[in-house]
Design a protein around this ligand. Structure first.
Ligand code: DOR
Ligand code: ZN
Length: 350
């Protein structure tokens, strides 16, 4: 273990693995391979597929694909446009949480906020509702929490304005949690200018003063979520929102640790302990990750994500995942996926 560190298998509750429907840019094998390569042994996939996961049949079809292809543990969030509340009871048996989009983003599955209260009442009270609510929808999102007892998670805090409103809600004792993405912690508006189309995502990158505010208020941020959102080069040129993140999140956080911006225990808390607790994800002592703390440079050509690029191409980081063990079995070692596709665990299988 010379120069190696050991971490628990990390959990990412916010990824877009595009399968079924858009497997030209990612699928459940390449996406979960990217997860292992980045030290994540469990991911939860979002419902904004080419056909949104808003029916029990589509949810079951996704499970069937995962049973053939997944190499990391995986669960799924269900979706709603307000017209499928009668499916919630059955769908919830197959779901980790319910994701609702108040803003427009990939897929265009925007929910009218007038449905929020009815949806909160219909979705099982012990399962999380996740909201995509940017500056223009954060007030309506916060208002919807009033008097609520059920858990609501607000995704990807981009800036001071949105985070301050969440902090206010938390101070009132409302049952809300929030996450932040690595791109909102490690990139700013100026990087967006340099990256061009590769720096476009929802929410967008913000001024460095907002980035600094997120770092200063880490204690209010419950968890890190990569929002791994692969798109092809052609799609990016046409304006697609999103960047991949599964393989770069942990190395970037370790870089921040070396720079004194975060502690090891905060990394473990926000990439493992808290996501497991908030989303009810089981953990095992014999599921862990070894990181070889030899500096390396992130390179597009080394990535397992099918899209084959990262906004962090060329960034030097202090370590790289060298081995991943899932319930006692080595599933990844020195760049190679060893797990048999379909051998990992599905969360929330009926
Ligand atoms: O940048 C983003 N990409 N933000 C989202 O909310 C969705 C995601 C995607 O699915 O491409
Ligand atoms: Zn997302």
């Amino acid at each position: 273990m010379a120069n190696k560190i050991k971490l628990p298998g990390l959990i990412d509750v916010h990824v877009h693995l595009r399968d079924p429907g858009q497997t030209h840019k990612e699928d459940l094998l390449t996406g979960t391979s990217a997860a292992l390569a980045g030290g994540f042994t469990c991911v939860v996939d979002m419902p904004n597929n080419a056909e949104p996961i808003t029916t029990v049949e589509r949810m079951k079809a996704k499970h069937a694909l995962a049973k053939q292809k997944a190499v990391s543990d995986i669960g799924f969030h269900y979706g709603s446009l307000g017209d499928n509340l009668d499916t919630f009871e059955e769908a919830a048996k197959y779901s980790v949480g319910l994701k609702l989009y108040l803003n427009n983003t990939t897929g265009g599955y925007m929910l009218d906020p007038a449905y929020l209260k009815k949806i909160y009442a219909a979705w099982p009270q012990d399962k999380v509702v996740l909201l995509h609510a940017e500056e223009d929808f954060i007030d309506v999102a916060i208002e919807s929490l009033e008097g609520l007892k059920r858990p609501v998670h607000i995704c990807h805090m981009p800036n001071r304005e949105v985070l301050d409103k969440i902090i206010g809600a938390k101070k009132q004792g409302l049952p809300v949690t929030c996450g932040v993405t690595p791109h909102h912690l490690f990139l700013n508006e100026k990087d967006a200018d340099k990256l061009g189309v590769y720096g476009q995502m929802k929410p967008s990158l913000k001024p460095q003063s907002d980035v600094d505010y997120l770092w200063e208020n880490l204690d209010w941020i419950d968890l890190f979520e990569s929002d791994h959102a692969p798109h092809t080069h052609e799609e990016k040129k046409e304006g697609a929102f999103g960047v991949p993140g599964l393989e770069t999140t942990l190395p970037l956080l370790l870089k921040a640790e070396v720079e004194g911006k975060i502690t090891r225990s905060q990394i473990i808390d926000k990439c493992f302990t808290t996501p497991a607790r908030v989303f009810g994800i089981p953990t095992d002592e014999d599921t862990y990750v070894e990181v070889d703390m030899t500096p390396y440079t992130i390179k597009n050509k080394d990535l397992k994500t099918k899209c084959g690029w990262s906004p962090f191409d060329g960034v030097e980081v202090p370590g790289k995942v060298s081995k991943v063990v899932l319930r006692g079995e080595t599933v990844y070692e020195n760049g190679e996926i060893i797990a048999t596709p379909g051998s990992s665990r599905l969360l929330s299988e009926k």
